[in-house]
Design a protein around this ligand. Structure first.
Ligand SMILES: *Cc1c(COP(=O)(O)O)cnc(C)c1O
Length: 362
């Protein structure tokens, strides 16, 4: 079978060396004679692996000691509930920046648990360009419990590169589709969370990075498995964690460290995005209408000027082993998700195909 490149937005492809390592030790992990998924999460050998995965993530992201790293269940949407339950006390409100479909969904969910102030920062210009209101002009509440935003909107292909200034109000970020893709200053955040299935590992695991002073204020009704303090007190093992996903995430962290870490992969990610946007912008066959300064480097939507060719494009792409390019149903068109695990060869193969397809269908 020749190489397949999977552009799925999530669950997304994993690095080939990670899959091969997991395969090699699938039924006999570390000479235990068992699969890692068959072992107690409280066994010494498992806990050692789990602690190493956390240490590697701390290392990769330069997470300071005054932050807890939690390995949770429930995905990104689980955190849409967990964030207000843990951080939004009665009588306070939270600011929710909306720049796309995930940040909007987070705001809608949070309204079930407290007062939410929705701040729409998206702008559609007359020439068809989609842009954002700059952070300096956001009408933030100085006494909000926190500001929630989504730095990379997976569906819309919109990225906020600069960390927003919130003047001391804790900043909460849904980094599900951008975590570990480029360097960030963790100290600027109160909470960072990410479902694993885009840039970390398989689905079923959610990473939460939370500043210690924000712990301990959970609403009374917070389910124990969503309570950050409970998780932190129990090293994320209050209930059985997603043990196999944790292990695979650990392998991904090791792979990333061997590649040179986040700084090194960020360069590759930039090169991949440049390659694809250049093909889109350089043709009169494809388009992407997002303001250049807010274009995503992880999820790149593009549209064929002649939408009647969409099905043909997708069918021929598959024949070229370029999979899962169909855009999200809300925005239509195509979308190439090019997370850390996507090699630049995959993007080059896509660009070559797009070029050929445009020439043949002019
Ligand atoms: C995929 C995604 C989610 C939803 O994740 P689930 O694990 O399916 O709940 C939330 N936010 C962002 C930014 C995402 O990309």
């Amino acid at each position: 079978m020749s190489e397949v490149f999977n552009f799925c937005a999530g669950p997304a492809m994993l690095p080939a060396p990670v899959m091969l390592k997991a395969q090699a030790e699938f039924i006999n992990w570390n000479n235990t004679g068992s699969s890692v998924m068959e072992l107690s999460h409280r066994s010494g050998i498992y806990m050692e692996m789990a602690a190493q995965a956390e240490a590697d993530l701390r290392d990769l992201m330069a997470i300071p000691d005054n932050y807890k790293v939690l390995f949770c269940h429930g995905g990104g949407r689980g955190q849409f509930s967990a964030v207000p339950l843990n951080l939004l006390p009665q009588g306070k409100s939270a600011d929710y920046i909306v720049n796309g479909s995930w940040s909007k969904a987070a705001a809608v969910e949070a309204q079930n648990f407290g007062n939410v102030n929705v701040i729409n920062v998206r702008e559609e210009h007359d020439d068809g360009e989609t842009s954002l209101i700059p952070n300096a002009k956001w009408p933030l509440n100085s006494d909000a419990a926190y500001v929630h935003y989504c730095p990379n909107e997976t569906v819309d292909g919109i990225e906020i590169n600069e960390i927003p200034e919130t003047n001391g109000v804790p900043l909460v970020a849904d980094m599900s589709s951008t975590i570990l893709s480029h360097e960030i200053d963790v100290t600027k955040f109160g909470v960072i969370y990410a479902g694993a299935q885009k840039n970390i590992g398989p689905s079923g695991l959610t990473i939460v990075i939370v500043r210690e002073d924000l712990l301990g204020n959970a609403q009374l009704a917070t389910p124990c498995i969503m309570n950050y303090q409970t998780s932190a007190n129990n090293d994320s093992m209050y209930n059985t964690p997603p043990t196999y996903a944790w292990y695979l995430a650990g392998l991904v962290f090791q792979w990333l460290k061997e590649l040179g870490g986040v700084k090194a992969i960020a360069k590759v990610n930039q090169a991949k995005a440049d390659l694809l946007y250049k093909e889109i912008d350089g043709s009169d066959f494809y388009n992407n209408n997002i303001d250049e300064q807010y274009r995503s480097k992880m999820n790149i939507p593009f549209w064929l000027n002649d939408e009647s060719l969409n099905d043909k494009f997708l069918a021929e792409a598959e024949q070229h082993n370029l999979m899962a390019l169909k855009g999200h149903r809300i925005v239509g068109g195509m979308r190439a998700s090019i997370y850390n695990a996507m090699p630049i060869e995959g993007v080059q193969a896509l660009v070559n195909f797009m070029h050929k397809f445009a020439q043949e269908n002019k």
